[in-house]
Design a protein around this ligand. Structure first.
Ligand code: PGA
Length: 262
């Protein structure tokens, strides 16, 4: 993949009040200004931040005023447009704040909030219907990896998540491969192992939609990505970028990842 899309997305999880979120995004803007002028520029790299729901409005206002090269995403949403679903947030509500992306089926949602491939599939379809690009997550546990079951498990997550989608839907689609044992642990997958799993994800996509479509869907790696290891992941042929948790919560460390991902 010579001219692959390069995407760095920050998943802020349940961190940052609205004011802290604004401080973080403004700190990031300052650092991106410096990177934009350092000769290498920021062209060719897409930057996304996914703050908690409560900070979306304030971040949207900052992005709208300052127009930095940063796009907005949410971390979850419900599949219905409206209704008696206490505590849920709908696709039109995210659209209203110009959220262009939404993370769907993060392993923490699957683990703590009972999300399944079936609910992931409903959410992915709802996102696509509202022209919000899903960042659909998959990833195996340590037990599954040790039992040699990574590929069949990932395959079932991918097939479950994309059930009923068309090749056209895949034009607006991002996948994040995040081995659960690498999330927040400081232990990353080996870049070549992540590349192999992502290559398998593309084989699965190709079996449904053909090779050209499979090649064009960006697939990110996630799990303890930092400024010091991002370049090794970006150097792999199949990896389009990263979904970053912990290291996206600090302007310096997130900017460092962007810098080294160019
Ligand atoms: P981490 O999280 O970078 O803190 O490992 C990644 C994620 O959960 O998306």
């Amino acid at each position: 993949m010579q001219d692959k899309r390069r995407i760095i997305a920050g998943n802020w999880k349940m961190y940052k009040t609205s004011k802290e979120a604004v401080d973080l995004v403004q700190g990031l803007e300052d650092r991106l200004d410096i990177l934009a002028d350092d000769g290498k520029g920021l062209e060719g790299i897409e930057i996304i931040v996914c703050p908690p729901f409560t900070a979306l409005k304030s971040i949207y206002t900052v992005l709208w005023q300052d127009k930095p090269p940063v796009k907005l995403g949410a971390q979850n949403m419900f599949w219905e447009d409206e209704g008696a679903y206490t505590g849920e947030v709908s696709p039109p509500m995210l659209k209203d704040l110009e959220c262009e992306f939404v993370i769907i089926g993060h392993s923490e949602r699957r683990m703590y909030f009972g999300e399944t491939d079936e609910t992931v599939n409903k959410k992915v379809k709802a996102a696509l219907n509202h022209r919000i690009t899903p960042i659909m997550c998959c990833g195996e546990s340590l037990e599954q990896r040790q039992a040699g079951k990574t590929e069949p498990f990932i395959e079932s997550q991918i097939l479950g998540g994309i059930e009923g989608l068309t090749a056209n839907d895949m034009k607006n689609f991002i996948i994040a491969y995040e081995p659960i044992w690498a999330i927040g642990t400081g232990k990353t997958a080996l870049p070549e192992d992540a590349n192999d799993v992502i290559s398998h994800i593309r084989t699965v996509l190709a079996s449904r939609f053909g090779t050209d479509v499979a090649k064009a869907v960006p697939v990110l790696y996630g799990g303890s990505v930092k400024g010091g290891n991002i370049a090794d992941f970006m150097a792999e042929t199949e990896i389009n970028g990263a979904l970053v948790g912990g290291a996206s919560l600090d302007a310096d460390s997130f900017a460092d990842i962007i810098k080294n991902a160019r």
